[in-house]
Design a protein around this ligand. Structure first.
Ligand code: GUN
Ligand code: ZN
Length: 331
């Protein structure tokens, strides 16, 4: 067994989430193998209460340090580490000038593996042990990422980026799978195959991943919603209401929906385990839709500041009562 004395932050699983944080200014954490040989927490609590029980252990003392559970990054893009900090006048030129050209390189399995290794090493270096991340529209990028994540025993969730229009041709889903009549159908078959291969393997999970409504046809969004209904156990991830130009574009493409967010609801893509990045330019009807469907927002402060997208309205979210968590949105 190993024992560590330091300040400790932890979360009680038997309390309401809002009341669950416990802070020990001088705590003891004892780790040891369980029956399956996995290292687990054997005891945690105030040093003065536990010290006598573990007096035979060598205690590593870290005064002035804080031990915390691994961080959760609720939204990121593993293929975008190479474009971090690229300046642009807003979301759409940033995607066109930097992000799409970089994402094309993920057609290569070797390039994907190299990027996945770097990204996972960076997550661990920052203390992130759980992350929901985009891959690209290439199945190779998803395979490479899951394979690397599995080696590190991390809780990582990703999925094939669904895009069948309004992006460079090399980035649109390709009609390469046998039995698929077109690229849209292929993207849905490939997603299904990746769910079967990876969802629930070790600590990995799959997320159905339409990039955002403007880069999917009605048929692709409909198919994604049907896939989500067949697989309530998997996640859904996308973007919404990040930037005024993006919103105007989405409203133009889906005029029958009540709002940009409603477009996703209309295709069956708002439900529990659906995580929408940004959620900045919402009205109360959108907030209530998030709340009532059980979807959650991923708040991306550094990204929003860098791209000049706007500020998330925490007070509005709390007033109406929808769930949200923090995210880096790397790159
Ligand atoms: N909306 C659609 N794609 C993206 C992306 O890659 N990054 C951000 N921030 N927003 C998006
Ligand atoms: Zn994003």
């Amino acid at each position: 067994m190993k024992a560590y004395r330091a300040a400790i932050l932890r979360f009680a699983t038997d309390r309401d989430p809002g009341q669950s944080a416990i802070y020990e200014s001088d705590g003891l954490l004892v780790l040891g193998a369980n029956a399956q040989g996995r290292e687990v927490v054997q005891a945690v609590g105030p040093w003065h209460e536990l010290r006598a029980r573990f007096s035979d252990l060598d205690v590593t003392h870290w005064p002035g340090r804080l031990i915390a559970p691994g961080f959760v990054d609720l939204h990121s893009h593993y293929p975008q580490t190479n474009v971090i900090g690229s300046p642009a006048e807003g979301l759409l030129p940033w995607l066109e000038n930097y992000t799409f050209p970089e994402e094309r390189r993920f057609a290569s399995p070797d390039y994907s593996t190299e990027a996945a290794q770097f990204f996972i090493a960076e997550l661990l270096r920052q203390g992130v042990t759980t992350a929901l991340t985009f891959a690209t529209s290439h199945p190779a990028s998803v395979q490479a990422f899951f394979a690397e994540a599995q080696k590190h025993h991390m809780r990582l969730i990703t999925g094939l980026c669904l895009m069948d229009r309004h992006a460079p041709a090399e980035l649109l889903n390709q009609p390469s799978m046998r039995g698929a009549s077109d690229a849209t159908e292929q993207s849905l078959l490939a997603s299904e195959a990746l769910i079967q291969r990876w969802h629930g393997v070790d600590r990995l999970g799959y997320a159905i991943t339409p990039r955002f409504a403007p880069t999917s046809s009605n048929a692709q969004l409909r198919g994604a919603g049907e896939l989500a209904a067949r697989h309530p156990e998997v996640w859904i991830q996308s973007h919404v209401a990040e930037n005024h130009e993006e919103i105007a574009w989405a409203r133009d493409l889906f005029p029958a929906s009540d709002s940009y967010l409603s477009t996703y609801a209309d295709f069956g893509l708002l439900r529990e385990r659906a995580i929408y990045a940004h959620c900045i330019h919402f009205d109360d009807a959108d907030r209530a839709l998030m709340r009532d469907t059980g979807a959650a927002g991923a708040v991306c402060p550094t990204s929003n500041l860098f791209l000049g997208s706007g500020f998330f309205d925490y007070a509005g979210a709390d007033r109406v009562g929808f769930q949200y968590g923090l995210a880096s949105d790397v790159g």
